[in-house]
Design a protein around this ligand. Structure first.
Ligand code: ASP
Length: 339
């Protein structure tokens, strides 16, 4: 492979967590039931399928967990972030890190790492939409691309990156948009950052503007449990039942995934207002997929935090981390706008 970026082979730490990229199905046309059999490759076995990765980097593989990503929990985010921080801090010569992950919650783990890995070197998260046992699998290509992107010097300083289908996207902006297509990960109007492309190169067209990784204020090294924040979904006829149940359960914060520009029906908003009045931090986001929730006069007077264009799932993660440092609405709002 001719590429100056890899003239000097550097170390890439590769962390396995499971997901479709690791599952073995019953046959080559098992595109849907493969996760029920419980047969999974280890990260070492996945790497052994892609000897080309060794041409790009000295890859050090480590299994963190091996599960479908619906079974990745906030405690696993903490473990993974700590492990990546430890490995990178102990190895100043390493190029970066890569993580294999199920696609269901991939963007959540990636955004958590974007906020908690305190290093400018790349952290690249990948997965697959077709298991390695299936025809036309994207598992091997995506693994190779993740190593390629993590090893490339030009990937540094761009925060955690998500790489599938040859596309490099920012952890903050990317979201899964389709249940089965290989081009499922998209970044809405703001678009992808670059390509791991057909010529073997890694090319970028822009860099993320928001704070991340080395420039982040969040330090999870001493944290064993994250505050609890839940998401309530707004829809026609939604009332306060879910909000009241969350308050009753003693959550530390709520994200409302509202309609359009952030509002929801009056009974839903009334329950949210009661939660705010009782001192609970509440962030208004939108579930339309793209666009901002802004600080309107009504939202500001009512005491809400707004998520700008953060996906409700990402606003939740930022709130969970923010609440490790502050309960103040002003500070949480600052974080929503800065990250
Ligand atoms: N069930 C899988 C998971 O999230 C889906 C995938 O990896 O594509 O682990």
């Amino acid at each position: 492979m001719v590429n100056e970026a890899y003239a000097e082979k550097r170390r890439v730490y590769l962390f396995g967590t499971g997901g479709t990229i690791s599952f073995v199905g019953a046959n080559r046309t098992d595109f849907a039931n493969y996760s029920y059999g419980g047969s999974q490759l280890t990260i070492e076995e996945m790497l052994a399928r892609v000897p080309e990765a060794a041409e790009l980097a000295d890859v050090v593989a480590e299994q963190v967990i091996n599960v479908g990503s619906t079974e990745v929990y906030p405690s696993d985010w903490l473990t993974l972030a700590r492990r990546i921080n430890e490995r990178l801090a102990a190895d100043g010569d390493a190029a970066g890190a890569a993580v294999t992950h199920g696609t269901a919650t991939l963007e959540e783990t990636a955004y958590f790492l974007n906020l908690t890995v305190r290093d400018a070197r790349p952290v690249v998260v990948t997965g697959a939409m077709r298991p390695p046992s299936a025809m036309g699998t994207d598992a091997d290509n995506n693994l190779l691309d993740a190593v390629r992107v993590a090893a490339a010097g030009q990937s540094a300083g761009r925060g955690a990156l998500v790489v599938l289908n040859n596309e490099i996207q920012a952890a903050r902006d990317v979201t899964k948009t389709d249940a089965y297509r290989v081009e499922t990960f998209q970044s809405g109007h703001v678009g992808f950052l670059g390509y791991a492309d057909a010529d073997g190169g890694v090319v970028y067209y822009r860099r993320p503007e928001k704070r991340h990784t080395a420039d982040s204020e969040f330090d999870v090294s001493g944290i064993s449990e994250l505050p609890r924040v839940d998401i309530a979904y707004g829809y026609a006829g939604a009332d306060g039942t879910v909000i009241d149940a969350l308050v009753e359960a003693g959550v530390d914060g709520i994200v409302a995934a509202g309609l359009g520009s952030g509002g929801s029906p009056a009974p839903f908003m009334d329950a949210l207002q009661s939660a705010v009045d009782a001192g609970l931090p509440v962030t208004l986001a939108t579930h339309v997929g793209t666009g901002r929730v802004v600080q309107t006069r009504r939202f500001t007077e009512a005491g809400y935090i707004v998520a700008d264009n953060l996906h409700p799932k990402k606003a939740r993660i930022l709130m969970m981390l923010g609440l490790t440092q502050t309960g103040g609405r002003g500070e949480l709002q600052r974080m929503m706008l800065e990250y």
